[in-house]
Ligand binder design. Structure first.
Ligand code: APR
Length: 250
């Protein structure tokens, strides 16, 4: 099933970094963005996922994010997420860099997670920065407003044209640069600057393993492309780690 190259790289690796996209959550029921029934096939990102659109029509944007919050609240992490959570305990250094806002890595038990595009379960006031939980948001009017300053509250996600959270980005670049093995899982690798990270890791000498149901823009640069569903492939990679590696730490 796996090449001897992959097996020996994983056997010897001290530092592993994993980069994930919407595809790893597809098997949990989260729609991807650019797949066959992808979100951007049905909706226009310029109407829903940018700040100007939010100011122009906060009710529409909130209707959509409340819908996404309900989807996320109704689903569970899948075998791909849980395999990564256990793999984290089998390597001295292990980091997950995710583009996903669905919080499923954390719910699966992963600890060292860098969220490049925010988290749909967090919200804050655009005026005073006050944070709000989803429970508070769901109990508010159609357009949630800050209970302190009255300004608009928004989901803590990164919209098109916005800067990525600086600390998360810097830690992601370091995790890419120190990786001996770098997995790119369930991402079309077309949205920058996140999509530059696999190439940063490659330049720093990492062995790049791509897991996707189809080839992507990254595939020509990967050392190995494992075609298939991440929920099928990752549990087998975990089995490999279990047989090859003693538990690094609990
Ligand atoms: N297992 C592995 N890969 C899968 C699976 C699966 N079960 N299902 C789908 N995929 C792959 C698709 O083939 C595709 O390459 O996941 C990828 C999903 O790509 P996109 O929909 O483009 O999502 P992503 O790469 O995460 O998008 C990046 O774009 O819209 C913005 O902010 C949003 O974070 C998102 C960013």
């Amino acid at each position: 099933m796996f090449s001897s190259q992959l097996i020996s790289k994983l056997q010897r690796a001290e530092s592993v970094t994993v980069f994930t996209g919407a595809g790893i959550s597809a098997e949990s029921g989260v729609p991807t963005f650019r797949g066959t029934d992808g979100i951007w096939k049905k909706f226009r990102p310029e109407e829903l996922a940018n700040f100007d659109a939010f100011i122009r029509n906060p009710e529409l944007v909130w209707e959509w994010y409340k819908h996404r919050k309900q989807i996320v609240a109704s689903i569970q992490p899948n075998a791909g997420h849980t395999a990564l959570a256990e793999m984290e305990r089998r390597f001295p250094q292990f980091a997950i860099i995710t583009q996903n806002i669905d919080n499923l890595h954390r719910r699966a038990g992963s600890k060292n997670i860098y969220e490049l595009h925010g988290n749909v379960e967090r919200n804050y006031c655009i005026g005073c920065g006050k944070n709000f939980t989803d429970a508070e948001i769901m109990s508010m009017d159609k357009v949630p407003r800050c209970t302190s300053c009255g300004d608009l509250v928004r989901p803590d996600v990164v919209w098109f044209g916005e800067q990525l959270p600086v600390e998360q980005w810097e830690k992601s670049v370091s995790a890419a640069e120190r990786a001996e093995v770098f997995f790119s899982i369930g991402t079309s690798a077309v949205v920058y600057p996140a999509a530059s990270l696999p190439l940063t890791a490659k330049k720093a000498g990492a062995y790049i393993i791509e897991i996707n149901i189809e080839r992507t823009e990254l595939s020509p640069w990967a050392d190995e492309v494992l075609l298939g569903r991440s929920g099928d492939i990752l549990p087998n990679i975990l089995k490999l780690c279990r047989s090859n590696r003693l538990s690094a730490h609990n």
